[in-house]
Write a protein that binds this ligand. Structure first.
Ligand code: BGC
Length: 753
């Protein structure tokens, strides 16, 4: 048990999740729990998952019903806590029911790859951040992303992923944006849904999180995100709706925060009414770690599983059922949903054993492919890029440990670097909040691409020395970084550690300066006008440096486009300062189960506060357009080494289908992401456009293709609060198409009576 005096004044969950440090002794990983194969009537695969689940529920005792609706403790996440003998060291474990052939569930953090591999002397592939992957606008790439995670979870012996973040980017300084998929509900929902599809195809249960409005980390366990129903449904909730419709995920994780004053995990509107009724979500709702706050209220509001403990859904739930405060039918529904997901995803019919080792080369190749589709070219003055390996004689690389590695994101999305952190190797898993670099060296791969050039590195620690170093080189490439992790937001959009000054100094010394950003999300770039080239590489994953070198030298043509708008500065944002940033932590009483003992104690937390979403549904580009603000880079923007021409936009009379032609007018093969937006009739009150369709179109040099894209009517509708449903307004609709949200050369219209 950890003495409470040793605790830092952090939010409970952040603290507890963060206590996973390097083990002091070797732990032998366990085979997953796989009940002995006995025949049960529900083994019949010709029955539907619902029928099979119902058959199991009928056989379950009350204790067994309770067992499936809570976790068995913090386990590996909290030093000293007991680990269930059948757990496979994932973040959470739910005990199985052997006599009924129901396996235990290892709920594993795996947002951008599997967490805590080093803890078990295992390897896991670090993929590009999901935000990066969303920049590909490539649903097939998203499925591949999910497939990598799914197959590595299988190898590990885990049967459930608890990744799948889809909170839309309302707050560009949110510490977890790198785990999400950007600011637009259609793009974020489509990419996350396809990721889940790829993952569940590996017969692993998937999860979509954090439901809902967990849009900032500051005060995440206490803040109330306040928003009207229409705005909520047309923004954050729409991303969840789309992802759920695409993938039928096994689970949805409710978030820590409150929504309109009620905790998400006991919020009847969010869980029962919207998620289960309107979205027709058939899986189960599990709480974020420590995010359950009640028994009867949460159970009746739609929470199906408490994680990671049994404070509310263990004995107290059993008693509440016995007293009739929670009807048995509701407990049966919880179990039904959990079992249905197990049958539907195949974890019972095709369990992940025997365990195996992952294929690191396949993982790296897949990660590199996704990175090549993810890295966005934002500026290319005078065609400085791609660099010509034949004519460039000297290149200097500056900053961000570009000699040894690429940056990764932290918190529960942290993947362990093979061989340890490239800038601070140590045994075991990464520490909470550690800035971890992966051994994918830009210096090495840039040298490989330009064997005849002198390629050198400078740390960038001394700005004047770095500028001097850059002066005489043909090209200077400055790497800048923004380390981000769960539990913390960036205070501003500015790069940390004086890196803006570094870029400015190098750019002043060398007119051929290219900047490579390794950031969790958007940052400001006061030097943007003074540099020749800019790449946004996000956190590019274990194949990141090779991908980047391929893009820099033109072996791969950039195709990615921004999944979020980049503001010029914080004062352009709807909330120039993050709500709660200035508040002081206060003692807050919490109950927990430490080393098997239930205790109540005080923790330092921010006091309750409100985040009023005054911008409503106007998130990202919708905000800038509606306020007539010119940001630094718009949503959907990204350059290529070739050029494209758009023509021939047609829309059918009901706005269900658009056709357009894109031609590659340059001399290189590429893939153009065509974006289709719509504006609604004036009566909607909306003075901004919405993304309604997109397509990634591969085109050889000179090739032209005509594509037809479907538009889902929901994307053209408003959410009518009075009717509690979607409504297509009568009037004139405009369709706009082109290469980015502020560049839509094609327009067409249709009218709805
Ligand atoms: C995070 C979740 C994560 C869980 C388990 C929480 O702190 O918010 O995203 O899955 O911990 O590690």
């Amino acid at each position: 048990m950890i003495p409470l005096t040793m605790r830092k004044p952090l939010a409970m969950a952040a603290l507890l999740a963060g206590l996973c440090a390097a083990p002091l002794f070797t732990i032998s990983a366990q085979e997953p729990n796989h009940p002995k194969k006995e025949h049960h009537p529900w083994d019949d695969k010709s029955l539907s998952p619902d029928q099979r689940a119902d058959m199991v529920v009928k056989e379950m005792t009350l204790d067994e019903k309770i067992r499936l609706v809570h976790g068995t403790g913090w386990g590996v996440l909290r030093e000293g806590d007991p680990i269930d003998p059948d757990s496979n060291f994932a973040a959470g474990y739910v005990a199985g029911i052997e006599r009924l052939g129901i396996p235990g569930v290892n709920e594993a953090d795996s947002a951008v790859g599997l967490r805590m591999a080093a803890y078990q002397s295992r390897y896991a592939t670090l993929l590009p951040s999901t935000l990066g992957a969303a920049s590909s606008w490539d649903p097939a790439g998203a499925q591949l992303y999910g497939d990598v995670i799914g197959r590595e979870l299988r190898a590990w012996g885990s049967n459930m992923s608890i990744g799948g973040g889809v909170d839309i980017m309302r707050e560009p300084r949110n510490g977890r944006n790198f785990e999400y998929a950007g600011e637009d509900p259609l793009l974020a929902g489509t990419m996350t849904g396809n990721l889940m599809k790829g993952l569940q195809a590996e017969h692993i249960m998937g999860d979509i999180k954090h439901y809902a409005f967990n849009d900032q980390e500051t005060g995440r366990d206490i803040l109330s995100a306040n928003i009207g129903k229409r705005a909520a449904r047309e923004s954050d909730l729409l991303a969840f709706q789309i992802a759920i419709a695409i993938s039928d995920p096994a689970a949805v994780m409710c978030s820590y925060n409150r929504v309109n004053e009620t905790y998400s995990c006991e919020n009847d509107w969010l869980l029962n009414q919207v998620l289960k009724k309107d979205f027709q979500f058939k899986g189960f709702v599990l709480s974020d770690w420590g995010g359950t706050h009640s028994t009867v209220k949460a159970a009746l509001a739609g929470l199906d599983q408490e994680e990671p403990e049994d404070i509310y859904f263990g004995e107290p739930l059993k008693e509440a059922v016995q007293k009739g405060e929670v009807p048995m039918s509701r407990l049966d529904d919880m179990d039904h949903r959990i079992l249905r997901s197990m049958f539907a995803t195949g974890i019972i019919d095709d369990p992940p054993f025997p365990r195996s080792v992952v294929d690191p080369f396949k993982g790296r190749d897949d990660a590199q492919h996704i990175a090549e589709e993810s890295i966005v070219l934002l500026k290319n003055e005078n065609h400085i890029l791609p660099l010509n390996a034949e004519t460039v004689h000297s290149i200097v690389l500056i900053g961000s440990h570009a000699d040894v590695g690429v940056l990764s994101g932290g918190g529960s999305a942290q993947v362990d670097a093979p061989g340890g952190n490239a800038i601070d190797p140590h045994p075991g898993s990464a520490y909470w909040g550690e800035t971890v670099y992966f051994p994918s060296s830009p210096l090495k791969y840039i040298r490989e691409h330009a064997p005849n050039a002198k390629v050198e590195f400078n740390s960038g620690d001394d700005t004047a020395a770095a500028a001097n170093f850059a002066k005489s080189a043909d090209v200077a490439i400055v790497f800048v970084n923004q380390p981000m992790h769960e539990g913390m937001d960036a205070k501003t959009l500015s790069l940390p550690d004086n890196q803006d000054a570094l870029v400015s100094a190098v750019a002043a010394a060398n007119p051929h300066t290219i900047v490579v950003l390794e950031t969790g999300g958007p940052v400001s770039m006061p030097w943007a006008d003074n540099v020749a080239g800019i790449f946004e590489a996000w956190y590019p994953g274990i194949g990141g440096a090779e991908a980047l070198a391929n893009l820099i030298f033109g072996n791969v043509n950039p195709t990615a486009k921004l999944p979020a708008t980049f503001a010029k500065s914080d004062d352009q944002l709807p909330h120039p300062v993050i709500a709660g940033m200035d508040l002081k932590p206060q003692p807050h009483e919490v109950e927990t189960n430490l080393g098997g003992h239930r205790i109540r104690h005080n923790e330092m937390r921010l006091p309750p506060f409100d985040v009023n979403y005054t911008e409503g549904a106007k998130v990202g580009y919708k905000w800038y357009e509606s306020q007539h603000i010119e940001p630094l880079f718009w949503f959907g923007y990204g350059l290529s080494y070739t050029t494209y021409e758009y023509s021939g936009l047609k829309v059918d009379g009901r706005g269900r289908e658009v056709t357009l032609t894109v031609k590659n007018t340059g001399s290189r093969a590429g893939a153009e992401i065509a974006e289709v937006y719509a504006t609604l009739p004036a009566v909607s009150g909306e003075n901004y456009k919405r993304l309604v369709a997109f397509d990634r179109i591969p085109l050889a040099a000179g090739e032209s293709k005509t594509v037809t894209l479907k538009i889902d009517p929901t994307l053209l509708s408003i959410f009518d609060e009075a009717k509690d449903g979607w409504k297509l307004l009568p009037g004139d609709y405009k369709i706009l198409a082109g290469p980015s949200c502020n560049n839509t050369p094609l327009t067409a219209g249709f009218h709805i009576e």
